[in-house]
Design a protein around this ligand. Structure first.
Ligand code: GLV
Ligand code: MN
Ligand code: MN
Length: 405
C-alpha cells in the first residue's frame, strides 16, 4: 500500500458513520460492522487470520517465519469522537496493514498482530480504553455495567454486536507478545512548528475525567427575581470560568469542560440542573491530582454560595506512563536510519499505548498534524509524512529480532 492508498482508505472508512455528513463512530455502533468487514477483507488478502474478540477488537495475525516466534502488536483505535476527523486512531490500524503489505509475503522472526481497538475515546460510556483494557486484562465487571445515554450497558452493547461478554478474558494479551507499536497523528502543533515529519513518543501524560451535576431549582424566567434564583446553569458557567482560570495559572495543566446537559434546556426556564464533564491532564500525576481537588472544591464553593447542590463522580484516573526506553531507542534508530530527524516528545492525548504499556513494552510514532488540528473534521495528515512513517516502520520490522535488550 502506498501512502496515498493509506490516506484514501482512512477517508473511505470515515464514511461509515452514525451521523450522515459527519464522522461519528462510537463503541460497537452499527458502522463499526462495516469498518470490520472492509478491514477483514484486506487483512485476509494479506494472508492474515482475522478474529473479533469479545470486547469488539478486530485482530489480524500475520504469522512468523517459525511457528514458535514471538509476536509484535501494531494497533490503534477504530472509534471516533463525535464529528471527528478521518485519521485519529484508524490511521494507526491502516499503517499496520500497510506495513504487512510492504513485507510482500516475506515472513519475519516474529509474527505481527494488527489490532483495531473497539474503543479509546470514552464517548459512549464516558469511560475510555474499553478495547485495550480487555487486552490488558483490566476490564472488570463494574466496567461492563456502565450505561450509555440510552441506558444500554457495555455488556448489552457487546451482545448486540453479536459477541459474548463472558468471553472477554480470552481477549487478554497472548503470552508470546513482546512489544506494542502505535502510529498516530500528533494531534497538536509541535511537529509542524518545528518542521519535523515524525516524533517518537517518550511519555503519555496522565488524565482524569469526572462527571459533575449542579442541582438548583427550575423556575419561571419572567417572574422569579434574580436574587431568589438557584440557577444551575449560572453556577455551572461560573465554575467553567473557574476551571479555565485555574488551568491558565498552573504551568503544563490543561482542563476542559467539553460536555454539558441542561435541564430542562428551555429559553424561558431557569435551569434546574446541569450535568458537566471535566477532563484534567498534566505530565505529573501529583499536579493533576491537586488540580482535580481544587476544581472539585471550586464547584462545591460556587454551589454553596448560590444555594445549590454540587455532586461529582470520578470516571477515570489514568496515571502518566513512560514508553519503553529500549523500544523508544529502536524506533528512534529506525527514524534516523531512514533519514529523518529524531525528535522525542510527550503525548498530551491519551492512547491505547497507555493501557498496553502496563503489560508490554510499548512505543509510539507520531506523524505531524497539519494546523495542529485534531478532534476536528479538518484533521489531516501529509502523504509525505505517511511515506516517512512507513519507511521508518519497515526499517524497524526488518531490523528487529523480536527481543528487547
Ligand atoms: C483521546 O483522544 C484523548 O482524549 O486523549
Ligand atoms: Mn481522539
Ligand atoms: Mn486517538
Amino acid at each position: 500500500m502506498t501512502a496515498e492508498e493509506v490516506t484514501s482508505l482512512c477517508r473511505k472508512l470515515a464514511e461509515y458513520t452514525e451521523e450522515p455528513g459527519h464522522i461519528t463512530r462510537t463503541f460497537l455502533s452499527g458502522p463499526m460492522h462495516d469498518v470490520h468487514r472492509e478491514l477483514t477483507a484486506r487483512m485476509e488478502r494479506l494472508g492474515m487470520t482475522v478474529t473479533v474478540d469479545a470486547a469488539g477488537n478486530l485482530r489480524g495475525f500475520y504469522p512468523p517465519r517459525n511457528r514458535a516466534g514471538p509476536r509484535l502488536l501494531i494497533g490503534s483505535h477504530l472509534d471516533t469522537v463525535p464529528r471527528a476527523g478521518a485519521f485519529d486512531g484508524i490511521l494507526g490500524v491502516i499503517m499496520g496493514l500497510a506495513l504487512v503489505s510492504a513485507l510482500d509475503g516475506k515472513r519475519l522472526p516474529f509474527g505481527i498482530e494488527v489490532i483495531g481497538f473497539s474503543e479509546e475515546e470514552g464517548v459512549r460510556f464516558g469511560f475510555p480504553f474499553i478495547g485495550s483494557r480487555a487486552l490488558a486484562g483490566s476490564l472488570d465487571a463494574s466496567c461492563l455495567e456502565r450505561r450509555d445515554a440510552n441506558g444500554v450497558s457495555v455488556a448489552d452493547s457487546i451482545r448486540s454486536f453479536g459477541l459474548d461478554p463472558a468471553r472477554i478474558p480470552e481477549a487478554a494479551l497472548p503470552k508470546d507478545v513482546r512489544a506494542y507499536l502505535e502510529f498516530h497523528i500528533e494531534q497538536g502543533p509541535e511537529l509542524e512548528s518545528r518542521g519535523f515529519p515524525l516524533a517518537v513518543v517518550e511519555q503519555i501524560v496522565g488524565q482524569s475525567r469526572l462527571a459533575f451535576c449542579f442541582t438548583g431549582k427550575a423556575g419561571h424566567a419572567g417572574t422569579t427575581p434574580m436574587r431568589l434564583r438557584q440557577d444551575a446553569l449560572a453556577a455551572a458557567a461560573e465554575w467553567i470560568g473557574f476551571v479555565e482560570d485555574h488551568a491558565l495559572s498552573v504551568p503544563g495543566l490543561v482542563a476542559t469542560v467539553g460536555h454539558i446537559e441542561v435541564e430542562p434546556n428551555a429559553g424561558n426556564v431557569i435551569a434546574g440542573a446541569v450535568r458537566a464533564s471535566l477532563d484534567v491532564r498534566h505530565a505529573y500525576d501529583a499536579v493533576r491530582h491537586q488540580a482535580v481537588r481544587h476544581l472539585v472544591e471550586g464547584a462545591q464553593g460556587i454551589a454553596k454560595a448560590r444555594r445549590l447542590q454540587a455532586e461529582w463522580e470520578e470516571r477515570l484516573n489514568q496515571p502518566a506512563v513512560a514508553m519503553n526506553p529500549g523500544l523508544v531507542n529502536k524506533l528512534s534508530a529506525s527514524v534516523k536510519a531512514t533519514g529523518f530527524p529524531v525528535f522525542t516528545m510527550p503525548s498530551g492525548a491519551g492512547h491505547d499505548a497507555m493501557i498496553l504499556a502496563e503489560r508490554v513494552p510499548s512505543a509510539m510514532l507520531f506523524l505531524r498534524s497539519p494546523g495542529g488540528l485534531s478532534h476536528h473534521p479538518n484533521e489531516d495528515v501529509l502523504q509525505a509524512d505517511v511515506a516517512a512513517a512507513l519507511k521508518a516502520g519497515l526499517h524497524f520490522l526488518e531490523n528487529w529480532d523480536g527481543n528487547l535488550d
